[in-house]
Design a protein around this ligand. Structure first.
Ligand SMILES: Nc1nc2c(ncn2[C@@H]2O[C@H](COP(=O)(O)OP(=O)(O)OP(=O)(O)O)[C@@H](O)[C@H]2O)c(=O)[nH]1
Ligand SMILES: [Mg+2]
Length: 639
């Protein structure tokens, strides 16, 4: 696959041809869906969804006995493997006894909540996984709320019961409480419970039982998740819920057949949400089998199918029999809460490292992203070189930035900003996040104080073992850049999670970074001699020999204000030492900031320069004197 397509779509699995597929579905009676189940696996991040899917695949005979299969095989894209998290929801299917179970694995990180929303319309039930030690966390609440709102049948899987700190009974009580808080119906409250060690591929319906396989889980799925309710006597219609890419056939559109049935060769309409239509023909059709797809000639309501040959179809659009002219309705995905501005790189080092550096290239790439990334928004701005990209969180935007730089793009981005709105009375409202922190006793005070400074309101506090769990409602604004401070103040022992909660009236000003930047006032090459002097002022981000320019951020000041420093001065050359190795200089190793840490560090008057080989932070105004003047003017205007 070319690099350009890698980012826009997850790496896909090869497609089998029907005749080689051991699970040929051809003979199945099209009207009879009682042997089908469509489920999604939802949970908070890291509660074990993808690991459980691995074992569901294995135990249903998806792989050959001697086949070498990667761990967490569904996390197939490069960034997913590197970061160890799921970013995009993906389909698979397993066979258990006479049943076919379509499974959608979803990401648990709150920034990718849009992925969960978009796939829930494909399924009839969910497995809600909850870590037996951590219990329900903010994203558990978010995904469960979505599933209950859609009337989906839940099965609770209390996972990781092998953990030494597992407390399954308590966690069950907490889940019950969560259901009640979310206003679950009496019927929804009557959920089946499975206890599992996903990592070992075992599950059981009662804690005291011995678990030897996932059969109790499969049984629960078959018994409690309803088969698709279908009407096959009406014309064919489906909604596209996912897009994928295959090296063999190109773009693939995936969705559930909602009504009727369809055959290869049928004429269909592609109906856009605005009602406009294009006619087309079904040329190739697939169903999911294991982690691959099998070609089929026909499919009917209830099945999740994939179509190739539709180059122009996007998520949320309808494909239907040519007699149908109205689109099917599609779930509303929650709105983005934060935005960053993406722009052409204008730094003195611009254009040296990137392959795609111009406005049209950046613009085209950003708009292309919208085709797959349903919770993202891109807007042109008053300035033709600048685009506003809005998403659900810093990580979602960081993943886009990382993907683009790997494809060869070079650009600059601004500090994330929160998206305010006006409510129906015209009041300014801002996004509020539900934050859960687990912190050791000793650090609770510090955390409460610093979230208080960020206009956080504590809503609950529960001690558990030697740590304390506190819940807060905090303006999303207050959380930008908070993670680093949190990790420092809890010595890396704290755990923080947050999820969008609601819009609430503006909470007032929140102050930004507590430390200033060390900013280069010269252009040249950093020298050890100069950096030795600068390091007395704070923490360095760069090494001797690196190029610097006026306005480049080379470190963090120990004090609150910014400080202009000379990073490239050389000793008067009375001797012949080169600038990179001048004398016995003792330099601390620089602090290497990851892309996400850089985004956290940025202030409003700064930009992040992103190229395939570097990320550098800079001041928007590079010239030292002009910058200081602008600062004074701003301070005067504030008074
Ligand atoms: N102790 C224990 N650890 C488990 C179990 N299942 C999974 N894990 C570990 O939990 C971590 C997260 O597992 P994943 O399967 O990636 O979790 P996930 O829910 O798919 O994560 P996201 O998709 O990023 O939300 C991994 O380190 C797993 O090895 C289990 O049953 N017991
Ligand atoms: Mg996962």
């Amino acid at each position: 696959m070319g690099r350009e397509t890698l980012a826009a779509t997850p790496r896909q699995f090869p497609i089998f041809v029907a005749c080689t597929n051991p699970f040929a579905v051809k003979d199945m009676a099209l009207q009879d869906r009682s042997d089908f189940r469509n489920i999604a696996i939802i949970a908070h991040v890291d509660h074990g969804k993808t690991t459980l899917v691995d074992h569901m695949l294995r135990q249903s005979g998806t792989f050959r006995d001697n086949q070498v299969v990667a761990e967490r095989v569904m996390d197939s894209n490069d960034l997913e493997r590197e970061k160890g998290i799921t970013i995009m929801a993906k389909n698979a299917a397993v066979r258990w006894n006479t049943y076919k179970i379509n499974i959608v694995d979803t990401p648990g990180h709150s920034d990718f909540g849009g992925e969960v929303e978009r796939v829930l319309s494909m399924v009839d039930g969910v497995l809600l996984l909850v870590d037996a030690a951590e219990g329900p966390l903010p994203q558990t609440r978010f995904v469960l709320r979505k599933a209950l709102d859609m009337g989906l049948k839940p099965i609770i899987v209390i996972n990781k019961i092998d953990r030494s700190d597992a407390r399954p009974q308590e966690v069950l009580d907490e889940i019950m409480e969560l259901f009640i808080n979310l206003g679950a119906s009496y019927e929804q409250l009557d959920f089946p419970i499975i206890y599992a060690i996903g990592k070992l591929g075992v599950a059981k319906a009662k804690l005291e039982e011995e678990a030897t396989s996932l059969d109790p889980l499969f049984e629960a799925i078959v018994r409690h998740i309803p088969p698709p309710k279908v009407d096959t006597d009406v014309p064919f219609a489906m909604v596209i819920s996912a897009l994928a890419w295959s090296d063999y056939v190109g773009r693939i559109a995936i969705g559930r057949v909602i009504e009727g049935s369809v055959k290869v060769g049928d004429n269909v309409n592609l109906i856009k949400p605005d009602g406009s239509r294009e006619s087309s023909r079904i040329t190739k059709m697939y169903v999911h089998e294991g982690i691959t797809r099998a070609e089929v000639d026909e499919a009917s309501a209830g099945e999740i199918i994939a179509l190739s040959g539709f180059e122009n179809v996007y998520i949320g659009e309808t494909i239907a029999h040519s007699s149908r002219t109205e689109p099917l309705s599609y779930v509303n995905i929650e709105e983005p809460t934060i935005a960053m501005y993406f722009m052409v790189n204008t730094s003195p080092l611009a254009g040296r490292e990137g392959k795609f550096v111009t406005t049209p290239k950046i613009r085209e790439r950003l708009y292309r992203e919208l085709r797959n990334n349903v919770s993202l928004r891109v807007d042109d701005t008053d300035s033709p070189d600048v685009f506003k990209v809005s998403g659900r969180g810093e990580l979602q935007l960081a993943i886009l930035i990382e993907t683009m730089r790997r494809e060869g793009y070079e650009f600059a981005v601004s500090r994330p900003e929160v998206l305010f709105r006006r409510d129906e009375n015209g009041t300014l409202v801002e996004p509020i996040e539900h934050v859960t922190v687990d912190v050791p006793q000793d650090h609770v005070g510090t955390v409460i104080e610093s979230l208080g400074r960020r206009k956080g309101e504590m809503t609950a506090m529960t001690p558990s073992n030697d740590s304390v769990r506190c819940e807060f409602l905090v303006p999303a604004r207050g959380l930008i850049g908070f993670r680093t401070e949190f990790l420092t103040s809890t010595r890396g022992e704290g755990i923080i999670h947050h999820t969008f909660d609601s819009y609430q009236p503006f909470k007032g000003a929140i102050s930004g970074r507590s430390r200033g930047a060390l900013v280069s006032m010269e252009t040249g090459q950093a020298t050890a001699y100069a950096l030795e002097m600068v390091q007395a002022r704070g923490t360095l981000f760069i090494e001797p020999g690196q190029p610097v320019y006026e306005g480049l951020i080379i470190g963090e000041n120990a004090r609150e204000e910014d400080l202009s420093v000379n990073a490239s001065r050389t000793k008067h050359l009375t001797n012949m030492r080169s600038s990179g190795s001048d004398g016995l200089v003792k330099l601390e190793a620089p602090r290497q900031l990851s892309l996400e840490q850089c985004i956290e560090f940025l202030e409003d008057d700064e930009l992040l320069e992103v190229t395939p080989s570097s990320v550098r932070m800079r001041k928007k105004i590079l010239d030292t004197t002009m910058r200081q003047r602008a600062k004074k003017r701003e301070a005067a205007a504030m008074e």
